[in-house]
Design a protein around this ligand. Structure first.
Ligand code: UD1
Ligand code: UDP
Length: 356
């Protein structure tokens, strides 16, 4: 019998862990205990995902959200440690690069519980991003590093991980498993949607916390929205900051965050995606949509290399230039299989079962 303590807290982690939980459910010899840290707590950032997505409800809800990085991560460490001591799992499993990921990693390493990191090896090489710090620290104390891409494996090799006491596995990307599972369950959101629209999300700290970048991005989006509908489900982080800046956003179709089934519909039916999200860059590719990424760098470099993704940063003129160029619409990327083809969860669980 293997007991896994899964640590989640932020929206994309619910989607990723859902794929793994569905796989775990096939095995009698694995028990999964889910801890939701509470990092995301609004109903449409959290509850809706558990209600509609056929993923198991968390066994523990820690209620730690809306705090500074230090307070949030510190309180998570304290509470996850209590749960880990009580449950005594064989593995702690963490996803991606959020504060919840780092807190789970620290608890596992201090209590000598084996740590599995899903989405290991990704790098933006921008140490100002909280995510880059979280993922580097988590990778370093992981026993198994499940890498979604060849690039992630290469990043770890470049950092000397082959000489460390850990196992590096190319698993593929669990997000592709989820996208394929939910594609047929997609729900059209109950808003006015034109035949042709752009799907947009903005929430990354490097954009929201830099007034010049945020103004420039929203000025470009507002221009674009004069020509084509721009639907923007708004993350609470961005909402709070936009309210203070009083930007001109009148042309945009701004809506509350949507559940994943609605999001899948929007991705599948949009003309293309504009985003600073990590997950959405890949989902655009899974649904054969072009992505314009409002960041200076990306962890998903293979999408840029194959032409599916264009990095435009936050400069208004550059965003408008790429939006207006035709080149973004003639990329054929559907024949490429960069992320494991929907078998990541199966690969991960088989690997855990055979780990010695
Ligand atoms: C976090 C992750 C980021 C990930 C994102 C996914 C870290 C450092 N960042 O960013 O990598 O891309 O989740 O969406 O872990 N808020 C609400 N209601 C909520 C959730 C958040 O009001 O349900 C507010 C918080 O109070 C806070 C802000 O949004 O003021 C940011 O939340 P936080 O969890 O710190 O980071 P995210 O920006 O969501
Ligand atoms: N997402 C969603 N509803 C929304 C916005 C995003 O379901 O209103 C999904 C999105 O499709 C992706 C995941 O949430 O699967 C990514 O979350 P986010 O962009 O917040 O985080 P990141 O991937 O950048 O860490």
């Amino acid at each position: 019998m293997i007991k896994i303590l899964t640590i989640l807290g932020a929206r994309p982690q619910f989607i990723k862990a859902g794929s793994i939980s569905r796989e775990i459910a096939k095995y009698k010899e694995i028990e999964e205990i889910i801890v939701h840290t509470g990092q995301h707590y609004d109903a449409n950032m959290s509850d809706i995902f558990f209600d509609e997505m056929q993923i198991p409800k968390p066994n523990y809800f820690l209620g730690i959200g809306g705090k500074s990085h230090g307070a949030m991560t510190g309180q998570m460490i304290e509470k996850i440690e209590e749960v880990a001591l009580k449950e005594n799992p064989d593995w702690i499993m963490v996803y991606g690069d959020t504060n919840s990921t780092l807190a789970g990693a620290i608890v596992a390493s201090k209590l000598h519980i084996k740590l599995a990191h899903i989405e290991a090896g990704l790098r933006s090489f921008n140490m100002k991003m909280p995510e880059e710090v979280n993922r580097i620290l988590t990778d370093r104390v992981s026993n198994i590093l499940f890498c979604p891409t060849d690039t992630a494996i290469q990043n770890l090799k470049n950092e000397g991980y082959e000489n460390l006491d850990c196992k590096i596995v190319k698993s593929g990307d669990v997000m592709q498993d989820g996208a394929m599972f939910y594609k047929n369950l997609a729900l059209k959101p109950n808003i006015e949607i034109k035949n042709s629209f752009i799907l947009c999300t903005i929430h990354r700290a490097e954009n929201t916390d830099d007034e010049t970048r945020l103004r420039s991005i929203f000025e470009a989006l507002n221009e674009i929205a004069k020509e084509k509908q721009v639907i923007l489900p708004l993350h609470p982080r961005t909402k709070k900051i936009l309210e203070n800046l009083k930007l001109n956003i009148q042309n945009l179709t701004i809506i509350d965050p949507v559940g994943y089934l609605e999001m899948v519909w929007l991705i599948d039916n949009c003309d293309f995606v504009m985003t600073d999200s990590g997950g959405l860059q890949k989902e655009a590719y899974f649904f054969e949509k072009q992505c314009i990424t409002l960041r200076d760098e990306t962890e998903w470099v293979e999408l840029v290399e194959c032409g599916a993704n264009t990095l435009v940063g936050a400069d208004k003129e550059k965003i408008l230039k790429v939006y207006r160029s035709d080149s973004k619409f003639n990329i054929q990327n559907s024949t490429l299989d960069l992320y494991g083809g929907g078998k990541a969860s199966e690969n991960i669980i088989k690997e855990l079962l055979s780990y010695e």
